[in-house]
Design a protein around this ligand. Structure first.
Ligand SMILES: [Zn+2]
Length: 138
């Protein structure tokens, strides 16, 4: 039997067989934050509810690490992705380094982000290009 753990257990929830990123929508100011906090980081209200986040966004900024970090092999691309609801999410981007540009469309995916020595698969989220760029494949 395959052993799995979710790396961002507070940030991902199962909906059927799919893992979904969950944010917090504040009833007082209407803003959405990620991950889920006890109090709204914008207005400190505790009134609100968990809400599934949009699965596509726009790359705000990114950096490339060219040395191995823990289980990750270089080049490691990490960045901030702006979602339509106004939430900025930090995540790893799996793409050809040369194809990554600020402003590009990305979609979230979930899957194995690394495998432990005992075979346990660590499940998390990452972003991949949407293929909506000029000249990109659909
Ligand atoms: Zn608020």
């Amino acid at each position: 039997m395959r052993n799995e753990v979710i790396f961002h257990s507070e940030a991902l929830e199962k909906e059927g067989n799919t893992l979904v990123q969950m944010g917090f929508r504040c009833d007082a100011c209407g803003k959405t934050s990620y991950p889920v906090y006890e109090l709204c980081p914008f207005c400190s209200s505790g009134e609100g509810s968990k809400t599934p986040l949009s699965n596509t966004g726009t790359l705000f900024s990114y950096s490339v690490t060219r040395v191995p970090v823990g289980p990750f092999k270089p080049p490691i691309i990490a960045g901030y992705i702006d979602l339509p609801e106004g939430t900025r999410v930090f995540g790893q981007i799996r793409a050809d380094v040369k194809a990554v540009k600020t402003g590009m469309s990305l979609k979230v995916e979930t899957g194995t982000i690394w495998t432990e020595k005992d075979g346990t698969e660590v499940i998390g989220y990452y972003y991949t290009p949407c293929g909506k760029e000029k000249g990109g494949a659909e």
